[in-house]
Design a protein around this ligand. Sequence first.
Ligand code: BLA
Length: 766
Amino acid sequence: MNITDIVNRDVVNLSNCESEPIHIPGSIQPHGFLLGLNFDSHLIGFCSANSDDFIKLPPEKLLGKSLAEIFGTNQYDSFVSYLRDEKTDQARPFVFIYEEISYNASINVSGGNVILELEPLPDEQLDLPNLFSQTKNFVSFMEQHSSLLELCNDIAVETRRITGYDRVMIYRFDEEYNGEVVAENKREDLVSFARQKYPHTDIPAQARELYLRSPLRMIADVNYEPVPIFTLNDNGEKSNKSLDLGLSGLRSVSPIHIEYLKNMGVGATLTVSLIKNKKLWGLIACHHYGPKIIPHYTRLAALLQGHFLTSQIAVREVAEEFEIAQASDKALLKSLALLHENEDFIGEKHTSESLLNLANAHGFVIFSQGKFYKNGLVPSEEELTPLMMSLSEKYPNAGFHTDQLINYFPEYEKLSKYAAGIIYHSLAAGTPDGVLWLRAERPETINWAGNPHKAVSLDDDGIVRLSPRKSFELWLEEVKNKSAKWRKAEISSSAAFTFALQKHINFHYVRMQENKSRILNEELKAANKELANLNWISTHDLKEPLRKIQIFASKVLDRENPDLSVQVKDSVERMRFAAEKMQLLIEDILTYSKTGNTEKVFEEVDLNGLLNNVLDELRDNIDEKNAFITATELPTLKVIPFQVHQLFVNLITNALKFAKHDAPPVITIGLEEVQGDSILADKVHKAESYYAISLVDNGIGFEKEYEQRIFDVFQRLHPAHKYPGTGIGLAICKKIMENHKGHIKADSELGIGSKFTIYFPAKPEQ
Ligand code: BLA
């Protein structure tokens, strides 16, 4: 018979231990022996070298045989039915008896093999632990304590009581799988490991992966000699068979880890996985300072402690998180109430304590419309401004939070005193407006057991030693620029508040606009009222004294008082002239204000007749200037007669006034029908047709740039002493055309003449 072992002899060192295939060592620990049966034939395909130590049969005598040949047909038959019925229930192990010695058989299926691990029973009997008292104790722990840490402590005490290890620790992982001893129960003389932290490299990923599958391991003696597993070498060559021992309790342990334990001075261990949401949350880690084997059912009792604790982790964590969430929620509701009750929340209520409490922050800042509103502990505005800019650029839409701002913005390290951690939300994308919750730096000292950065140690020659860290001397790491972590509830409360604040700001803005337009409206009304007053004042208070001045002046001058000196006469004459001008101005202003105010009564009017009336009215002026006026046939239109009358008066008076000195004025009044789209004015309907009545003169004209401005009130293009007038006439014309839903336009060329065109809708709306 040709047999061979399946020991994995690949050399493991610190640089490849992350990929060490710890599930297929090809060897076991010596406190039991292993048989691997072919799943179908039940013939022994694998056997550990130490079978001889237990049943006096070496692998050569076992490989290729049936179990019936070794243990007899009776035991074999009941084992086959056990395999069929019980599967591989650890709580009901199968017991083989060989030469009056009982062996506890733990069974698992691996690939095409059924693996049997046989350990002699300590007192020849399966010692059932008192499950009732264990459970009762656990229930009382649950009732006594609310915090998870207190529960961990109780579990450590209870596990040590049940198993008798020198030290029992509850070891908890952080996100990076660095571990911390969060609870410990130990022999009194031992140094405590409580609160110590160990780097994630101490338990590599493939080991953690394996501990999810197989939740309990025992290393009975770190000084053990691994026992090779043999198999038949069917074809005479070197076997490349392997056996997955992932679920086997006897599996031989990684030599790196053994060295680690030796460095720690530990003689034996028991480890139970604590699993939450399919992830390794932590371990119950037991140390003994000498070899230690505990029987099957005691191991199961330790496993049960693990299950107890596991069952409570999620519940307790959720309960603790819930408590925080409730407090944060309460503060959020209070903040929202303040927001709803205060129109100027930002200005008046930004210092409310509830704003800090909703995120358990030390500081809070709103940056809105170029102003900071600060609450609690916050950096200066000079320091906050660039931070706010950076954040709004990097996170214009999404929220952002961190407990270590310098990881994202190293340039703000000096802000860590107050802003080591932040929650940020933009208030309006594309602007620097936003909100910030701040947490101050929380300096922390980590008690690393040995320098975590020196997982690999160099010996004196500078050669990498194939051993884990030898030194477990405390290595204190000061953690800086870091705040406490933001919890889910705090993050979501801050988001909820920001959302409400955004709505509040928008609402506030709309209300402000409404307010503004209401005030404007009121001002407009007041102005209109004032204008009406002006009418009244003008007639009664202004016109009357002016009339008196004029009469008085005329009297003085008429009498040709010889006593009056030429200067006095001149002064009085000027006074009379000024009064006359003033009266004209008042009348024009009145007309202007009336043009907008008076009720507009439209009537069918024959514009030819209307024009004739105007020309009659201006007859003296026309004759005096020797003016020549021609007009084509004008239409009959629905207009406000007195206004259109005024319009023609103003336009013709203008043409007469701005005539050239050396040539008599020639004024031509023409008519055309045009489409709205040719007019180029805002309020004109493009699709409607218009009557375009033009007044062309040969006067002094004006420069093109004034073609628009000329219609503004008090706009003068020519010096008043040469061309007297109030500067309101054309503004009145414009207003009249607006009243008629029409338009007025000026075209002119300096020194050539002007053309005024007035557009009336051909079919005015009713
Ligand atoms: C496994 N390392 C482990 C295990 C623990 C630790 C608990 C599980 C195995 C067990 O003992 O049951 C680490 N044990 C600790 C720590 C404490 C403790 C931190 O009691 C603290 C009190 N180990 C290293 C380095 C490597 C390494 C540097 O320190 C490799 C680079 C490897 N650790 C390693 C391996 C295993 C392991 C490979 C798996 C052992 C196995 O199951 O075969």
